[in-house]
Every structure is written in structure tokens, then in C-alpha cells.
Design a protein around this ligand. Structure first.
Ligand code: G3I
Length: 386
């Protein structure tokens, strides 16, 4: 629990951090790291979550050099702060289904075993995506019937494998199927071009959920996408699709909408985020924040800034904004519809954003696995119990 007297105090932190930075720079140490974790007091994030809502994290696994399974530093943080795990990469199609007649489950099984033995659940990511596909799917030749069979056997093979694992509780069935831009400016983005749309047609959307549900009737099935909290035309398309699923005479088994929430310090506006959560909640489905991270050195248009280190001031802005977003989620999503909140990575150095820019600090722990103010922000948002 956060003790009131130890709540993150900005003046105290500023004082300590400036002092620490001065000492570090005099000593010739790396000043890219914020050196003031002392005021951050978060014994366990997931224990702050209201009503046992899952608090998750995406983790590297398998052959990754930074795999959770061979990293004691990462294991300490995951065990302490998170109740759910998402594989950052190793449960994607190219990993799990490398050849037409061959699935590869060893790495994912090891991660699921880790989760089970540490009391964590697993959110499966992801079954049907335009990206992350094995070459044999991209190059497959066949008519719509053959493609539908391919997709069904792909989904069934994966979901059925994990169906008996009680800890694998949910899946991103469709990932990012909506285009980024409203090309025809009608207020609703179209579907994204993909091998699935091109070869099967729009019927692949519902078929994917039906196949996943048949393979594991107990799993919660999500639609997962990015920028939907800040792009109304993209959210409109998601809600139209969900509306069609729900009004089908044989309703399509979808249980949730996952907002990835790869957000920036200045985008989306918090009012827009709240409105988007409220609109999604009106579907009655579960709503999850599935991939939260916050870039601080990239503006709303995607332009890189000039930061070379994470300043205390920016770290505090990041903290406050994460707290606002978590509060917005808890305010707008009724308790029974909360699918939980997951962050997309453990420490800054692991973040996918670092592959695009070395000067980003999007996560809750720094390059040395020390807690950042962002961690306190998430904790404070959760601790306002409701
Ligand atoms: O494993 C290979 C390694 O063998 C090779 O040496 C190295 C050289 O580039 O590449 C490694 O694979 C990379 C993999 O990450 C593991 O680091 C891939 O090239 C790279 O494309 C892959 O990026 C992942 C990306 O999805 C694409 O799958 C990111 O880690 C992952 O964070 C990112 O996650 C996505 C979600 O799945 C969907 N939502 C957006 C989110 C962020 O982009």
C-alpha cells in the first residue's frame, strides 16, 4: 500500500534528483538515468488493483537476449508488480506456426509454465495480424475457401494447445485490422489491407472469433488496436465492427476491446481518452488497456524531440499523465467490464520504442531496473480505489 506520508513529493524529488544528477555528472556516471527512486514507494502494483483486476506486463521470452526466463532482475519486478503476462513476441504467428504443418510451442509453453508457477495469468497475443506472419502464410496460394481453412486451422491449432492451461485466460484474436487513415474522409476508417482481407474478404473477421471460441469456449476473446483512444474515425470503425458482431443473428463471440495505449506525453488529450473509454464501455464488452507505454520525446505528429536524457521535470509529467489515464480508465469502465491494465515492457531499455529511437523512456522502470516516477503514477491511479 502507498503510505500517505511517502507519496511522491515533487519538490523533494526535484531536490534529490538534481543533487543526484550533479553528483553523478561530477563522478562521470551515466546521467541518462533518473537517479531519484527513493521517494517512489510501490511495494506491489497488482496488489493495489481494485477488485483483483489484472495488472499485466509484456515480457521478452524464448531466444531473446533479454528473456524473462534468464533474467533474475526482470523476474523480481514481474513477480512483485504484475499478475498477468503477455508474451511480447513469442506467441505471434511467425513464432508459433512456422510451417504449414508445424507449430512450435516449446518457448511459449516455458513462459506459460513460468506464469503458472508464479501465480500469474497469461493474455495470448496474437492470433490474426497483418504483420508478424510466417513466410508460408504470406506466400500461400489458394482461393477464399483454402484461405479460410488455413486461418481456421491456424487459430484452432494455437488456441486448442493452450485451452487446458487454466492460466491462459484471454486472447487478442484480431490485431490492428483497421486502417490508420480515413482515406475517404467519411468519419470511419476502412479495414486495413492484409492477406486475410484480400483473400477471404470481410467474413474473416467474425470467422476468427468463432474459430477461437470453438477451440476454447472459456477464453475471453479481445479485439486489440492502437491509437483508438485518440483517433475517433479509427474507434468508429472498431465500434461499427463490434456492433455488427453483436447484432448478428448468431452473435459473434467477442468479449472485449483492448486499447493498446501507446500514448505520448501530449497525445491524446485526456478528455478524448475518457470519451473513447466511455464509448467503448457502452458496448457492454470488457475493456482492457493492453500495451500501455508513454513516449516523452516524440510529439503528436510523430516528430522526435531533442532530449538526450530523461529530466526530472519530464519524468514527473509522465507520472502525472499515467495517473490521469489510469484514473480515466477506472472512472469510465464499470467494475464488471474491467479487463485490466498491461504495460508493454518491463524496463525502458527493453522497449520496442528504443529500436526506433535511443532517446525514449516509455516504461515504469529505468535502464537499471530502478522504479521511475511513472511507476508511482500508475500506483497512484490504482490506489484511488473505487
Ligand atoms: O528475434 C530477432 C533476432 O533474432 C534478430 O537478431 C533481431 C534483429 O532485428 O530481430 C529480432 O526480432 C525482432 C523482435 O522484435 C524481437 O526483438 C523483430 O525484428 C522486431 O520486428 C520485433 O518487434 C516487435 C514488434 O511488435 C513486431 O512484431 C516488438 O518487439 C514488439 O514490442 C512489437 O509489439 C507490438 C505488438 O505486437 C502490437 N502492438 C504494437 C506493439 C509495438 O509495436
Amino acid at each position: 500500500m502507498i503510505k500517505a506520508k511517502k507519496q511522491f513529493a515533487i519538490p523533494a524529488l526535484l531536490f534529490m534528483a538534481v543533487g543526484a544528477l550533479l553528483v553523478a555528472s561530477c563522478a562521470g556516471l551515466d546521467t541518462r538515468t533518473l537517479l531519484a527512486p527513493a521517494e517512489i514507494d510501490v511495494p506491489s502494483l497488482y496488489q493495489l488493483a481494485p477488485h483483483d483486476m489484472p495488472i499485466g506486463v509484456a515480457v521478452p521470452a524464448g531466444k531473446a537476449r533479454n528473456s524473462l526466463l534468464k533474467s533474475p532482475e526482470r523476474q523480481v519486478l514481474v513477480n512483485q508488480h504484475f499478475s498477468q503476462i503477455t508474451a511480447e513476441n513469442i506467441m505471434k504467428p511467425s513464432y508459433l506456426h512456422p510451417a504449414a504443418n508445424r507449430f512450435f510451442f516449446a518457448d511459449a509453453d516455458a513462459l506459460v509454465d513460468y506464469a503458472a508457477s508464479h501465480g500469474k495469468t497469461v493474455h495470448g497475443h496474437t492470433l490474426v495480424w497483418h504483420y508478424g506472419l510466417p513466410a508460408w502464410i504470406v506466400e500461400f496460394k489458394g482461393d477464399a475457401v483454402a484461405w479460410s481453412g488455413l486461418m481456421a486451422s491456424h487459430i484452432t491449432g494455437i488456441v486448442a494447445h493452450f485451452a487446458d492451461e487454466d492460466v491462459v485466460v484471454s486472447w487478442d484474436v484480431l490485431n490492428e485490422v483497421i486502417a490508420d487513415v480515413d482515406e475517404d474522409r467519411d468519419g470511419t476508417n476502412d479495414l486495413r489491407r492484409s492477406v486475410w482481407l484480400d483473400n477471404i474478404g470481410t467474413g474473416y473477421l467474425a470467422a476468427a472469433y468463432r474459430a477461437a471460441h470453438a477451440a476454447d469456449p472459456d477464453a475471453e476473446l479481445y479485439y486489440n488496436d492502437y491509437h483508438i483512444a485518440g483517433t475517433p474515425a479509427k474507434l468508429n470503425a472498431v465500434l461499427d465492427m463490434v456492433g455488427e458482431f453483436q447484432s448478428d443473428p448468431d452473435p459473434v463471440p467477442i468479449h472485449g476491446i483492448a486499447f493498446q495505449m501507446h500514448v505520448r506525453l501530449d497525445w491524446p488529450d485526456i478528455k478524448q481518452i475518457k470519451a473513447s473509454f466511455a464509448r467503448a464501455a457502452a458496448t457492454g464488452l470488457k475493456i482492457k488497456i493492453s500495451e500501455l507505454d508513454m513516449s516523452v520525446n516524440t510529439d503528436r505528429r510523430g516528430r522526435r524531440g531533442s532530449m538526450k536524457a530523461l529530466s526530472v521535470a519530464v519524468a514527473v509529467q509522465q507520472q502525472k499523465r499515467i495517473e490521469q489515464i489510469i484514473s480515466a480508465y477506472l472512472d469510465e469502465i464499470p467494475e464488471a467490464q474491467r479487463g485490466g491494465i498491461s504495460v508493454w515492457g518491463i524496463a525502458d531499455a527493453d522497449s520496442w520504442q528504443r529500436t526506433e529511437s535511443p532517446d525514449e523512456w516509455p516504461l515504469l522502470f529505468d535502464d537499471e531496473f530502478k522504479p521511475k516516477p511513472a511507476l508511482q503514477g500508475l500506483a497512484n491511479g490504482l490506489a484511488r480505489r473505487r
